[in-house]
Design a protein around this ligand. Structure first.
Ligand code: UT7
Length: 353
């Protein structure tokens, strides 16, 4: 799927005007994991680049993270009113109903349209495209989009392959109606999927295919499962293809990209994509070292971290690219706006800054 370039008489574009990130307070370092799993800091850092991640406390849920990020994004945008709230997540509070209406209510936004997007780690980019569509159609003037995931609630803590990768967190943006050529404007897009590989990233039980049966917990099937090596290969190929397709649609070249903001799955994956695109690694925005793979939250968390460090300048051209279960993938371009710099989402940095 693609969106065309906006001309002079085009519908309004979605313009980024607020941004924030949030991670829970419980930090889990590689050393913590090595105490309970057959792994070590050197393996984790070499294979993934991750040094630590943050996880929710018992009783904390995805909506709790989403509300914290959402509240800060609204403050960053200087507004308390939006027409729609979108939550991109793979770990909704409940199978039914969606998490977004509860998040909207807790933010004092009862009455706004509210729905979830389920596109796994691509959810935030799908969410940007959906928000842009609502704005272009005149359905919404302002949209709050939150990517929030608490993977620690679905990953088996004894599964060393996945427990080391994922962290919990939320990142949020506010988008308003504006012009396609002003800083903050989002677009062009490239979105895609390949359901033939749905089995590479799954939670097998709990849906309509493999229903919950009281008294038969079948714990294994309720946990997140990923065929890491195959996912790795698809991730590199699909992200590079999607990034290229987006640049081509926009009539841009790799050299026009000031900052590449890939889904923060694994440092090796994102550098491989950058290498494939011919982008110098210094242009990659990376945050995975500090928070792990936070699913749908990873791109907005990386943006909030880079904005807090003031590495993004107004007018800089950003290329966002994501990949996740489904399989799904997506990319979009974004011109960086002048924003109030948010506090870094990384707790340790926040405490020391
Ligand atoms: O966000 C959605 C998209 N997700 C991704 O993009 C993740 C994609 N995949 C990856 O990032 C990588 O595949 C992993 C980080 C998950 C794994 O790295 P890998 O280099 O593909 O390792 P592997 O799965 O091939 O495992 C290599 C070895 C195996 O041992 P043997 O069979 O060679 O003896 C594993 O059992 O490493 C072993 N291993 C570990 N060793 C120490 C697996 N996990 C660990 C661990 N610590 N935590």
């Amino acid at each position: 799927m693609s969106t065309a370039a906006a001309g002079p008489s085009a519908p309004p574009a979605a313009v980024l005007c607020g941004l924030a990130g949030w991670v829970p307070s419980r930090m889990v370092t590689n050393e913590h994991l090595a105490r309970r799993l057959d792994t070590d800091d050197a393996w984790i850092r070499t294979r993934t680049g991750i040094r630590r991640r943050y996880v929710v406390d018992p009783g904390q849920a995805t909506s709790d993270l989403a509300v914290e990020a959402g509240r800060r994004a609204l403050a960053s945008a200087g507004t308390h009113a939006v027409d729609a709230v979108i939550v991109a997540t793979t770990t909704p509070d409940h199978t039914c109903p969606a998490t977004a209406p509860a998040v909207a209510a807790r933010l004092g936004l009862t009455g706004a349209a509210a729905f979830d997007i389920s596109a796994v780690c691509t959810g935030f980019v799908y969410g940007l495209a959906s928000a842009a569509g609502l704005i272009a159609a005149g359905v919404a003037e302002r949209v709050l989009l939150i990517g929030a995931d608490a993977y620690s609630t679905i990953v088996d803590p004894l599964d060393r392959a996945n427990a080391i990768i994922f962290g919990d967190g939320a990142g949020a943006v506010v988008l308003r109606a504006g012009c396609p050529d002003e800083p903050g404007a989002v677009g062009h897009f490239d979105l895609g999927s390949d359901g033939a590989h749905e089995d590479l990233i799954t939670v097998a039980a709990g849906g309509s295919r493999q229903r919950s049966r009281p008294g038969e917990p079948n714990h294994e099937d309720r946990h997140f499962a990923m065929r890491g090596k195959e996912v790795y290969r698809h991730a590199v190929t699909r992200m590079a293809e999607s990034a290229r397709a987006t640049l081509t649609r926009a009539g841009r070249k790799t050299a026009d990209v000031d900052h590449f903001v890939p889904h923060q799955a694994n440092l090796r994956i994102l550098y491989s994509v950058a290498d494939d695109l011919g982008l110098p690694r210094e242009r990659c925005v990376t945050h995975v070292e500090s928070v792990g793979n936070t699913g749908a939250a990873s791109i907005p968390l990386a943006l909030a971290d880079a904005a807090a460090r003031q590495t993004l300048r107004p007018g800089d051209r950003l290329l966002l690219t994501a990949f996740g279960g489904g399989l799904t993938w997506g990319s979009c371009l974004l011109t960086w706006p002048a924003l109030r710099a948010p506090a870094p989402p990384d707790r340790e940095e926040r405490m020391t800054s």
